[in-house]
Design a protein around this ligand. Structure first.
Ligand SMILES: [Zn+2]
Length: 284
């Protein structure tokens, strides 16, 4: 395990921050499509915040030595400006660390802006590789500057955050980020409210998908934060894991029997025929 930062101070106290309560419904006047723009920052725990909209969910951890940001939304100056505007409502400290949970544009889009402002971007090696080769991301500036093979831990006084790679799932480089003191885990696109996507072209795997969810479920957490949508309970993560396991079983059965498709309607998921074909092919 490598360490992002080990500070000499043994103890710390956090200042009390006055935070506006999150809105119950997205703002924006209803003109833009829901989730298209960066929403108001919401408090998950003291000094740990979530910002939805403008791409994938972003987590913000304020530490006495600077701010950690997990995922940087879709590319675009407006997304960066709005993101920073929301961060500035809770802290004026510099954003020192950025971690990406996976390489798709909605997670890495404004990395470069954070780098220009002095942050260092961390990611698992595979994420950096797929970001560089995926046609959707290869021209997005702001590649991870520091990569790790399996996990990396941020330690500042009183704060710990660990990013851990459990194997391919949604893509080949998905990372789980755990905040043990807050009992919050960022599971990213390893869980979704809609039909899950296995990005086979970029190292994704249905077969090993649940290794990430099992890794997350082995952690002591109150809420799991998906790449999109609202925080999930342990029961919800377990239910999603069960559905993925069913999908694995059906794809495996189809591969064995020579079937070219299988049903997923009862799971509430509608896959494109090509996705079904790829899932069966992976099990052969
Ligand atoms: Zn994704």
């Amino acid at each position: 395990m490598r360490t992002l930062l080990s500070a000499a101070l043994a103890t710390s106290t956090f200042g009390i921050l006055l935070i506006a309560q999150p809105p119950l419904v997205p703002g924006g006047g209803g003109k833009a499509k829901a989730g298209a723009t960066v929403e108001k920052i919401r408090t998950l725990k003291p000094n740990l915040y979530m910002i939805t909209g403008g791409g994938a969910n972003t987590l913000v951890r304020v530490t006495p030595e600077g701010i950690l940001v997990v995922d940087t939304k879709n590319p675009g100056d407006d997304n960066y400006m709005r993101l920073l505007e929301e961060i500035r409502t809770v802290s004026n400290l510099p954003v020192k660390w950025v971690v990406n949970t996976q390489h798709h544009p909605d997670h890495v889009g404004t990395n470069q802006k954070f780098i220009e402002a002095g942050a260092t971007v961390y990611a698992v090696e595979q994420l950096a590789k797929f970001m560089a080769s995926d046609p959707r991301t290869k021209d997005i500036p702001g590649r991870p500057q520091q990569t790790f093979a399996n996990d990396i831990t941020l330690r500042t006084p009183g704060v710990q955050a660990t990013a851990r790679f459990f194997g391919p799932g949604h893509s080949g480089g998905d990372t789980i980020v755990y905040f043990p003191s807050e009992k919050i885990v960022m599971i990213g696109d390893q869980m979704s409210d809609t039909t899950p996507i296995v990005d086979f072209a970029n190292g994704g795997s249905l077969k090993t998908w649940n290794a990430s969810l099992d890794g997350a479920l082995a952690m002591d957490f109150e809420f799991a934060i998906p790449g999109r949508g609202e925080p999930k309970t342990r029961v919800e993560v377990q239910a999603f894991r069960g559905k993925i396991a069913t999908l694995v079983q059906r794809a495996t059965d189809a591969a064995k029997s020579g079937a070219t498709t299988f049903a997923t309607d009862d799971l509430g998921w509608q896959f494109q025929p090509a996705a079904i074909t790829s899932m069966i092919a992976e099990m052969k």
